[in-house]
Design a protein around this ligand. Sequence first.
Ligand code: PMP
Length: 443
Amino acid sequence: KKSNQELLNQQEKRESNARSYPRSFPLAIKEAEGIYITDVEGNSYIDCLAGAGTLALGHNHPIVIEAMEKVLHDRLPLHTLDITTEVKESFVDELFSSLPEGFRERAKIQFCGPTGGDAIEAALKLAKTATGRQSILTFQGGYHGATHGTMSISGNLAPKKRVQGLVPDTHFLPYPYDYRCPFGKGGKEGAELSAMYIEQLLDDPESGILPPAAMIFETVQGEGGAIPAPIEWLKEMRRITKERGIPLIIDEVQTGIGRTGELFSFEHAGIVPDAFVLSKAIGGSLPLSVVVYDRELDAWEPGAHIGTFRGNQMAMAAGNATLKYVKEHQLSKHAEAMGDIFTQALTKMQNHYPQIGDVRGRGLMIGVEIVDPSGKPSVRGSYPANPELTSRIQRECFDRGLILEDGGRYGAVLRFLPPLIITEKQVDEILSIFHDALAAAVS
Ligand code: PMP
């Protein structure tokens, strides 16, 4: 039997230097159940990372296991390219029946490679094909993947630093990052201000923005630091894109399937995009990604988008079971309620700890931005980001058995991203550990 350290040493020796999570969480996982994981030495942890938001029902939910076992038991095909099966049609039935009325009738679906990034690539290709245009409007702080194209339209600079020749004609617009962005006033006023600025850019040829093939954003920036865009802003972006005939793509890879308090996060704003992308939770913990889009965009000819692994049968079965469970048990509403408990308690902690600069989120996508209150306040009175203290708190949490994701533009946001099935008691347990870790880290 090998120890955590021995397995970590093996990994260090054999895997690429691009590893990220093992640096923050030095463990080797043996088992996992619900919101808990156990390492090879028998230590237990609460998993508030949940596969970066993938595990809506936690680890090894009986419903998901049952769906997968049925595929195996019935000897159903595990791989069929894009030739259809009963498993696939049943998955699409469930997904389409979940779409907002009006869109449901117009919707088409493209199965993509296994990752979120694959489906974002497909959505961009689709928009470019449909419009015959090439420029892309995207947002500062956004994250859409690590492939060449998705990296090009993502905000974070670190992965791009040593890569030449990113996708040209990509325009980064300001995201309404309430805490640090002057456009992010949270309500109608900020949304209107930001919309006015974006309209001005789009309508003035001096901005150099050619008619865009698409606008793409997350309604809550995940990796960017759990930043929810104000609902009014989302409505404004829909209006602006509609008026100018710009396809709007919403990246629901992390927000989708109930996490924010609605099944699809765009539903908070009562808007419907021209296309949206699902991955992570839609595969019920297995790899799957799709683009769902308005059939008006369907300019593709047969073979225009191909790939070997377009829809994994087992993932469709697991995803179908997950989607049904989320709907039947109203886990969206539950996520909203649990999210409120988190944000209220964290906001209370903020009153005692000036190192907590901001508490924000929507549903179970919650961020705590850690700052240096002795520093010089910048835009709108926000203190400088404090990535060192953020790592210290993260480490103190880990030592107390809590796995918390970090993120944000400055690496100074701690993110609570637990499975949606989390109970109130478990939320309290997490908050208590976090509080102890915070106190230890600042002392
Ligand atoms: N979009 C968003 C919003 C994401 O959070 C992620 C992954 N964190 C991606 C796209 C990319 O997904 P993948 O890592 O599966 O390519």
